[in-house]
Structure formats: structure tokens, C-alpha cells
Design a protein around this ligand. Structure first.
Ligand code: ADP
Ligand code: 5GP
Length: 211
């Protein structure tokens, strides 16, 4: 009883409510998140995940991901350094406690970009984030976006599309996500995202202005 109270107290003290973004690969999560963090630099901070996949052109170690070997990742998981971890399309991904704490220590809204397994595992923790699902308008559009991004091999692309069909169904199930955004027109989707986060943004701005 005391422990439960104590851990709730700790999570309440940890700062503003984090935000989880999930949805099929290629739906536009990174595009929307980068836009949001650029407009509200002093409000949001990104939880930099660990991954065993290779960096894409333009991605930076420590900024987009911490790129690690499978051995390093497994050792970290065994040491209890991760809040959650999952295998996605043949690679490991995970959110470290340090990544979330680094953002919360700056009193910013922590953004997590994670897959469906991550969403389900975060639901078992004390993080209590807002869950936002970013969905493409259709599978055809998703495939076109992934192909045009030119970051995946044909094999990786097919794996991602297969996972996407399951994710698109799960994303629509009642009670899993608080907010569902269909990213068809980018500006419209971004407008909906800002609207969904308005209250949280204003709270952080108010607290940070008075401190
Ligand atoms: P995710 O992070 O969900 O995997 P990305 O943000 O990388 O997806 O977006 C996948 C591709 O689709 C990128 O090339 C991006 O520029 C493009 N994209 C994102 N949103 C839109 C949109 N609304 N309309 C057209 N293209 C988009
Ligand atoms: P990508 O390789 O396209 O960057 O990411 C592939 C998938 O892994 C995306 O659905 C992304 O949300 C997810 N992902 C990224 N980081 C994490 C993480 O730390 N944990 C989990 N569970 N999924 C992640």
C-alpha cells in the first residue's frame, strides 16, 4: 500500500504528462513529431530510444536513436535499464529509464515514439501518458509513403506493411488510444495534433514561466 502510494507520488512529481505516439511505420509519426518539437522547443522533449537497426541517412546517434549492438541492448535489458523493449521487423527497440528521466528533469513533456507492443507494455507502468495513434488514410497511401521514403529494403518494407495491417486494426479498438489522427493532409493532421495537446502545452508554459 505504502509502496503503491510512494510510486504514484514519484510519478506525479516526475513532471508533465508524457505523450505516446504510435501507428504504422510510414504513417508520419516522425514528420509530425519533428514539426511539433520545432514549434514548441521549450515544451517537448524526445525520449531517445535504443535500437539495433542501422541509422538511416540523416539520422544522428543520440538524437534520433542510440544505435547499439544486440549484445549491448540485451545487457541493458537484463540490467533493468529499460521501461519497455520490443522486437520490431527484425530489430530490437527500447525506451530506457534514463531517456525518459532526461526529459522529465527538464520539466518538458516527454514524447515517446513506440510500436504497439511498446504501447501495451507502457500501459502496465506508472507513466500514465496520453496515447495518440497516427494512422495513414489507407494501406495504399502507406505503401507509397514507405516506398517514396526510400529507407527500406523490399524485405523490410514488406515486413512493415504486414505489421501495419495488424496495427491499423488495433489502433481503432476502443480504449487503446485517447486520440486518433488520420494523417492525410499534413497541415490538417498537425492542426488536430496541436489541438489535442493544447491544454498540456499551456500547463507546461505556465509552470515554466513562473519558475
Ligand atoms: P513514421 O515516422 O510514422 O514511420 P514518417 O514521418 O517517416 O513516418 O513519414 C513517412 C513518409 O511519408 C516520409 O517520407 C514523410 O515525408 C511522408 N509523409 C508524412 N506525412 C505525410 C503526409 N501527410 N502527406 C504526404 N507525405 C507524408
Ligand atoms: P523505425 O525503424 O521506423 O524508426 O521504427 C520502427 C518502429 O519501432 C516504429 O513503430 C517505432 O514507433 C518503433 N519504436 C521506436 N522506438 C521504440 C521503442 O523504444 N520501443 C518500442 N516498443 N518501439 C519503438
Amino acid at each position: 500500500m505504502y509502496m503503491r502510494y510512494f510510486s504514484r507520488l514519484l510519478s506525479a512529481m516526475a513532471g508533465p504528462r508524457p505523450v505516446v505516439f504510435s501507428g504504422p511505420s510510414g504513417a508520419g509519426k516522425s514528420t509530425l513529431l519533428k514539426k511539433l518539437m520545432k514549434e514548441y522547443e521549450s515544451v517537448f522533449g524526445f525520449s531517445v530510444s535504443h535500437t539495433t537497426r542501422n541509422p538511416r541517412p540523416g539520422e544522428e546517434n543520440g538524437k534520433d536513436y542510440h544505435y547499439v549492438t544486440l549484445e549491448v541492448m540485451q545487457a541493458g535489458i537484463e540490467n533493468g535499464e529499460f521501461i519497455e523493449s520490443a522486437e520490431f521487423s527484425g530489430n530490437m527497440y527500447g525506451t530506457s529509464k534514463a531517456a525518459v528521466q532526461a526529459v522529465q528533469a527538464r520539466n518538458l513533456i516527454c514524447i515517446l515514439d513506440i510500436d504497439m507492443q511498446g504501447v501495451m507494455n507502457i500501459k502496465k507502468t506508472d507513466l500514465h501518458p496520453l496515447y495518440i495513434s497516427i494512422q495513414p488514410p489507407s494501406m495504399d497511401v502507406l505503401e507509397k509513403r514507405l516506398r517514396d521514403r526510400k529507407t527500406e529494403s523490399e524485405e523490410s518494407l514488406q515486413k512493415r506493411l504486414k505489421i501495419a495491417t495488424v496495427d491499423m486494426e488495433l489502433g481503432k479498438e476502443p480504449g487503446v488510444f485517447d486520440v486518433l489522427i488520420i494523417n492525410d493532409n499534413l497541415e490538417e493532421a498537425y492542426g488536430q495534433l496541436k489541438h489535442a495537446l493544447l491544454e498540456d502545452v499551456n500547463k507546461v508554459k505556465k509552470v515554466n514561466m513562473s519558475s
